[in-house]
Design a protein around this ligand. Structure first.
Ligand code: NDP
Length: 291
């Protein structure tokens, strides 16, 4: 293998985009995927489809894994445990911090090096400069492979030695991303019931998201200080407001499960006796302090 060569295991939309980005940069790319046909377009562009997991591992010191979860890693590498020694496995599969730590121990026990990663962009943006990924694990492995990792995303954010950290940061991002986008689907459904298209409301949704930074910064300082004063907002107000959101959806014939979940949190804060506090008080409820 050469300095500019890499193995990519896992060819879902992400793995395919990563392999393509390496080909774009002139890397020699070796591939393996459970469903071999997903390699076809990449092989046409010059990638090498390994005949076995073992030969995919032996082809390169740097091995990028892009799988649904960490269980898929065991399913794939379990058949070639002997070939893990001496490899650096960069696992960009989503999973919990605990699963990442256990996966790293497993790889290390086989004589390999493990880096956990979490990529923060969709497949079409892989290989472009304004993208980033979290990494954690041995600093030395990160430093050694940083240039190769920054082919995948233009920037990388090394969080520390703990293998769980990159997974944690990734999951924190997803805990924001999925509900935020579902909130958009919800508004698209309600707007649609009133004859407004998703594209018509999109600029307003974008502006709403863009303004979130103000709230995040304002409440972050207060949360860390344990200050849930109701000087700016009161949970009783939030509860009434969420009731209006739920009723606006039900009046439009739209499913209310999502706003009802938010409404329920506000209701529990009020029932715990904190209606006069800020809705940031819900953090204490989530921590189990206000049950
Ligand atoms: P997919 O879930 O589509 O990845 C599927 C890959 O995992 C395929 O190569 C699939 O093989 C393989 N796989 C799954 N289970 C097994 C198994 N039991 N044994 C062998 N192979 C298995 O995901 P994406 O490509 O979309 O994403 C990859 C990772 O990146 C995920 O963890 C995802 O959370 C994360 N991610 C995805 C983003 C996106 O927008 N798509 C954005 C940011 C991160 P086969 O082809 O044979 O089915």
């Amino acid at each position: 293998s050469t300095a500019h060569s890499v193995t990519v295991i896992g060819l879902g939309p992400m793995g395919q985009a990563m392999a393509a980005a390496y080909l774009d940069r002139g890397y020699r790319v070796t591939l393996w995927n459970r469903t071999p046909s997903r390699a076809d377009a990449l092989v046409e562009r010059g990638a090498i489809l390994a005949e076995s997991v073992e030969s995919a591992l032996l082809a390169n010191e740097l091995v990028v894994l892009s799988l649904t979860d960490f269980d898929a890693m065991y399913a794939i590498l379990g058949a070639a445990e002997g070939a893990v020694a001496g490899r650096t496995l960069v696992n960009l599969s989503s999973d919990t911090p605990e699963k990442a730590r256990a996966g790293a121990r497993w790889v290390t026990g086989l004589g390999g090096t493990h880096l956990t990663g979490g990529v923060l962009c969709p497949p079409p943006l892989i290989g472009t400069p304004d993208t980033s990924a979290f990494y954690s694990g041995p600093r030395e492995a990160y430093d050694t492979h940083r240039a190769a990792l920054e082919v995948i995303t233009g920037k990388s954010d090394y969080r520390g030695e703990d293998q769980g950290l990159a997974a944690l940061m990734y999951q924190l991002n997803m805990a924001i991303f999925w509900p935020a986008m579902i909130a958009f689907w919800q508004t698209a459904a309600v707007a649609g019931a009133h004859g407004l298209t998703a594209q018509e409301i999109a600029p307003y949704v974008t502006e709403n998201f863009a303004g979130m930074g103000h709230f995040v910064d304002f409440y972050a300082a207060r949360i860390d200080a344990g200050n849930h004063a109701g000087d700016v907002d009161r949970t009783a107000m939030g509860l009434a407001s969420m009731e209006h959101v739920v009723h606006t959806a039900s009046d439009a014939g739209v499913d209310t499960a999502f706003p009802e979940a938010v409404h329920d949190i506000f209701r529990r804060v009020v029932e715990a006796g904190h209606g006069a506090d800020s809705f940031s008080r819900a953090v204490e409820l989530m921590r189990g302090h206000d049950t």
